[in-house]
Ligand binder design. Sequence first.
Ligand SMILES: *Cc1c(COP(=O)(O)O)cnc(C)c1O
Length: 968
Amino acid sequence: MSTKRATLAELEPQANFVPRHIGPNAAETAEMLKVVGAASLEGFIDKVIPKKIRAAKPLDLPRGKAERTTLSYLRQMASRNEVFTSMIGMGYYGTVTPKVILRNILENPGWYTAYTPYQAEVSQGRLEALLNYQQMIIDFTGLELASASLLDEGTAAAEAMAMAKRVVKTSANTFFVDRDTHPQTIGVIETRAEAFGFDIVIGDPAKDLKPAEVFGALLSYPGSSGEIRDYRAIIDKLHGAGALAIMATDLLALALLTSPGELGADIAVGSAQRFGVPMGYGGPHAAFFATRDEYKRSMPGRIIGVSVDSHGAPALRMAMQTREQHIRREKATSNICTAQVLLAVIASMFAVYNGPTGIRKTAERTHRLAAIFAEAVKGFGYEVTTKAFFDTVTINAPGRAQAILARAKEKRINLRFVDADHVGISFDQSTRRQELERLLTVFKTDALERVDIDKLDAKVADTIPVALARKSPYLTHPVFEMYHSETEMLRYLRRLQAKDVALDRSMIPLGSCTMKLNATSEMIPVTWREFAMMHPFAPLEQAQGYQQLFEELESMLAEITGFDTISLQPNAGSQGEYAGLLAIRGYHHARGDTHRDVCLIPVSAHGTNPASAVMAGMKVVVVACDEKGNVDVADLEAKAKQHAANLAALMVTYPSTHGVFEESIKDICAIIHANGGQVYLDGANLNAQVGLVRPAELGADVCHMNLHKTFCIPHGGGGPGMGPIGVKAHLAPYLPGHPVVHGVNPAAGRDQSQGQVSSAPWGSASILPISWTYIAMMGGEGLKEATMMAILNANYVAKRLAPHFPIVYSGPGGVVAHECIIDLRWLKERTGLAVEDVAKRLVDYGFHAPTMSFPVVDTLMIEPTESEGKRELDRFCDAMIEIRREIAEVEEGKADRTDNVLKNSPHTHQLLLADWTRPYSKEKAFFPLSYINADKYWPPVGRVDNVYGDRNLVCTCPPMEAYQEAAE
Ligand SMILES: *Cc1c(COP(=O)(O)O)cnc(C)c1O
């Protein structure tokens, strides 16, 4: 026993969050340092990161605070948000998240810590939920095919415009937008059109649309004002001229309205927010996108399809990935990578839980409220300008709009300010009778003495036009009827969750993706009422807590990156790239350099880079890399000089996509600047830099940071994310603005802002508390330590695996940055095995595979992050080393070249029932290492057949019998 008594300070419970976040403890760190041959962590980092690129000074951030203290501070901040009843509408509505979904999905790490379902065999649960989402969208929109979520309604509409241009045969260059469209959607479309060089006409479709002059038109159904119009004749005319008809629509309205598909529309877009996803001051929410089968190869976003597994049973997977940016690069259908999977899952489960009858009832009730209200205010002498409406009415009150809004505010209700003469009011699932009563007194003080709501209800007819009343059924698949009791729902969610590998089960060693801890304390605030229930267009004085959060987070991120100004609007890394390139474009244009449109991109770049460059109106010129994965500086210089007259930008990933801190980065930036270009640094890999290197000091002008990688927002199975950008002062005027909420970009003068890249002013605001909490609890020192440990962990894994597998690219001195790449290019020739066989064999060991074949074909990229302790790293390395032995057996002829543990992986429990005919033991198949005995993950399906799935594309829920037959 020690004789020295601990002081009170030393005994403070949980005073320090840092050791909770960082996996390895002091003893483990010492052991790992020994393995990598270093005396100290600091000394080791000096070896990895060249001196000349190290940060000029340490992070000037407060010391890390305890979890409790941090949450109390945040509670106070949240309390500065005043949650009024928001009846503003405009694409954001109150909704009631079923508690069973709130707790078991939104607040459940089994769902929110999963990765994008690239590895289908360990993702069947979320793939099924997403297939349900697609089915739901197909049903409501009446179209043949839906993708599994885009980022928001505005970007979905912009993607629809871009797709229309791709598929039409007309040479028209104009896109028409219904003027009765949400202004933020119009804003996003205008930004996108400007960069693509399309002309936009905004007007009344009945009067101003000239079908022969457009390649497509966006029609809002219902309109932003609430008005429902019959667009059949207009759609026919568009088709007659060879143009596409796109409808921006609303899922709940479609429960009562004839579907866009039945009206003849080619594409339908909108937001699934009001299906159980809180408004969250603008996001995250899932957008939907549906179209005709003939356009499937041109459709943006991920599509879930049904295929078969190695036993011939149905199995789900992401279909037609060859359309996406990681394959097609500058020719991709869109730059969307991370989307909104978790929110699509929630919306689909909302439909599963409520079923067609429940949803129809909600729609009818919402409509009744609006109809009763409209009738009542007419009785008070107001003119209701919307004639046919679902949930939203616009009232004409000449000169009195401000006064009405002020009276509503006194009663804690927010209405929509349309203009000085018009007010908009939207009803939704959360509106109660008492809110209707309160609202009526806004329009007439003694309303409740004058109006009998029940009498009005009996008297007032529905205002949905008969010709547009919905007759076709929806949600007819059994999945939407089977889980209406909470018991059934709970078990359904549990069953799906159990099929998947997420961070709550084991390490997910994805390179370029930073799957680190998403601490519970960071997640707790997301569902606080003060953050979750805010409408994005609520008056700023009600959102002071949010404004404080943005200011504090922006200044933290500015300190970390070294940039002057941060924009929080981009809601994914891809959107950050796009916004950053637009800022560069705006800067060149402001200087009269409108011809600067060449974007240099190294061959090793992430696929979103070239796809974003094209969206920003730039031409991609590819720069070579050397055999170490570094940018070939000679080639870069040659190309920069060759294109000097038109050079707009370089997009460069740092540390390099191959996980190396290139010494030449500063020279690279100087070369670009000398030739008139700007430097875009892809900072998705900021996890290797925080506290040690500042992108701005390297010479970059702009950089995005993926908060869903480095700053602890969980991946959600493929989103949500946030991709804010930092810029140097000269680019600040060109950051995104917003047409509804002013003051988003104070640096911009009139006409300087490059418009809007997301629907919401601050992107997916409600997940920003996660990153704020992380930074506050780690503090400057803690963040730096995390970065150093991430680098040590990667080097430890590289050292342990190096005797067994060649490591592809190492920096000088044989070290890597925060990730390492294992070379398997020899595998095929020597054994007939593929990288995929290694990836799938890892499933039998209970692991999600590392990133496959990026950035180098036939390699695996591993990023362990700082959150994994040595025990978990060893478990993973042991699995890899054992797999290497299994490979050797094939190599040496001890195992069959086709019938072996790798080729047959993953091994499912169904095999236990069949006669065992494999040339190896069951123990070897299922329990190759002893640790697996204690906690075996059973993959629900065998190897999923990708080719079959793309050849026989099915993107709807298969009939229940398909599962039944498979089970027999
Ligand atoms: C993840 C990543 C991106 C794309 O970010 P999303 O949020 O998925 O759009 C871009 N570049 C790199 C290097 C990345 O790792």
